[in-house]
Ligand binder design. Structure first.
Ligand code: GDP
Ligand code: IMO
Ligand code: MG
Length: 428
């Protein structure tokens, strides 16, 4: 046992997801012993780039490429045995020691084949009101969890697993009939599901809450890696255009089974502009050639689904809201390299509704009022930032942009990421 108590730092996205959590979690991992995921599931796509290679992780925490790092999939995560086994195989092929270093909470709920079908059926049923879900079965699986009918990872080892499975499937098939959805081949899906379950059972399953609290007692440093983004939070995001978990820092304690007192700091990640995949309000969206330029230069296409991401200017109203909700202590700014070349850049500082109402906080009618951003203009920058490795090489207009943002949000920007690779990162 160590005399120095362990602690948890939380790293999470402050926008609509895809802020660069994977890159930063991987970059920060050398100073931690453990990386843990606490919510979400294979709707996440976290990209990591090192030594000229890109890796995408969905359910596995982003510490997996570090030799001695423990990686925990917490109870708050929903995991799909089929997708997780595919991910494990490709991650092992890339050299990671998944058998030794990955631990999965027995209390994590399992995404069943019919959860994915229900996702598709529900989206089809919603028509033009669809969420734009990744169709990975996230919503239906969390619905079963909170409805107290879920199937959990630990159940895979119980003698009555097949019965539990069958009860859930019968319930789901009835729902699918209600949705008039029949576009599937269940026997095929079940075959791959049970094959994946058998393979997955050879990996390490733990009582995650005891496991992580023991690590804290041993003095271990833990990085809790969020998925999605604060504006997709089930309570505080642009409901109903959200995901089905709490993506803010509060989600960490219930998603891992640790007390808030262990949290040392919260690190919030944001892009120097904004993106969103799927439906829902986006007041600073650019549906013009500037948006298209950001999308092309920033390679803004989904890491999980390949869908083009909607692009827009940075939205300070949403950013300040996210900082407040998670108690963010330090900021990490991503992808400003993508904004090089614009004479002027803009930051949304308030919202104006269709009816002319002006606000500078996220109101209850955020989704229905038809808000668009009001902006502050800044000088742009033209240098290639992707080769910059220290703050003293920042162009003046870029330094001014950063300093102004810090002042507005009231939280220091400690890390500036200027490219997808580990090495393209400046610590201030
Ligand atoms: P995550 O879901 O938050 O982990 O983010 P994604 O991996 O889905 O999306 C971020 C994308 O931006 C990935 O393609 C990353 O490789 C890339 N990326 C991350 N940081 C930077 C950066 O600072 N500059 C540029 N140009 N790309 C970045
Ligand atoms: P990472 O962790 C961006 C979006 C979907 C959809 C909504 C609900 O890579 O940042 P769901 O599949 O959860 O039912 O979808 O949330 N969404 C994401 N957008 N990044 C993600 O994860 C996302 N995970 C879900 O596009 O609008
Ligand atoms: Mg992503």
């Amino acid at each position: 046992m160590s005399n120095t108590p362990g602690f948890i730092d939380v790293v999470l996205g402050l926008q609509w997801g895809d802020e660069g959590k994977g890159k930063i979690a991987d970059f920060l991992t050398p100073t931690y012993d453990v990386v843990a995921r606490f919510q979400g599931g294979p709707n996440a796509g976290h990209s990591l780039e090192m030594n000229g290679k890109k890796h995408v992780l969905n359910t596995i925490p982003s510490g997996i490429f570090h030799e001695s790092c423990i990686n925990l999939i917490g109870n708050g995560v929903v995991m799909d045995p089929v997708r997780l086994m595919e991910e494990i195989s490709r991650t092992e092929a890339a050299g990671a020691k998944v058998k030794d270093n990955l631990f999965i909470s027995r209390k994590a709920n399992i995404i069943l084949p019919t959860h994915k079908l229900l996702d598709a059926a529900s989206e089809k049923n919603k028509g033009d009101k669809k969420i734009g879900s990744t169709l990975r079965g996230i919503g239906p699986t969390y619905r079963d969890k909170y409805g107290r009918s879920g199937v959990r990872a630990g159940d895979m080892f119980a003698p009555d697993f097949k019965e539990k499975y069958a009860v859930a499937i019968q319930r789901h098939l009835a729902l699918m009939e209600h949705f008039d959805y029949s576009d599937y081949n269940l026997p095929e899906l079940e075959k791959e599901f049970f094959e994946a379950v058998e393979k997955l059972k050879t990996y390490q399953f733990v009582d995650g809450e005891y496991f992580i609290n023991d690590l804290l007692k041993q003095g271990k440093k833990i990085l809790a890696e969020g998925a999605q983004g604060s504006m997709l939070d089930i309570d505080f995001g642009s409901y109903p255009f959200v995901t089905s978990s709490n993506t803010i820092s509060g989600g960490m304690t219930v998603g891992l089974g640790v007390a808030p007192k262990h949290v040392r700091s919260v690190k919030g990640i944001f892009k120097a502009y904004c993106t969103r995949v799927g439906s829902g309000p986006f007041p600073s969206e650019l549906e013009d050639e500037v948006g298209e330029e950001l999308r092309q230069k920033g390679r803004e296409f989904g890491a999980t689904t390949g869908r083009p991401r909607r692009c827009g200017w940075l939205d300070l109203v949403a950013l300040k809201y996210a900082v407040m909700l998670s108690g963010v202590d330090e900021l990490i700014m991503m992808k400003a390299d993508v904004m090089s070349g614009f004479d002027k850049v803009y930051v949304g500082t308030g919202y104006k509704s269709n009816s002319g109402e002006e606000v500078n906080e996220i109101p209850f009618d955020f989704v229905t009022a038809g808000f668009s951003s009001t902006y502050k203009e800044h000088e742009g920058w033209h240098d290639d930032l992707s080769v910059v490795r220290s703050e003293d090489q920042f162009p003046e207009s870029f330094s001014n942009y950063i300093n102004w943002l810090e002042e507005q949000v009231g939280v220091p920007i400690k890390v500036v990421s200027l490219g997808p690779d580990r090495v393209q990162t400046v610590v201030r």
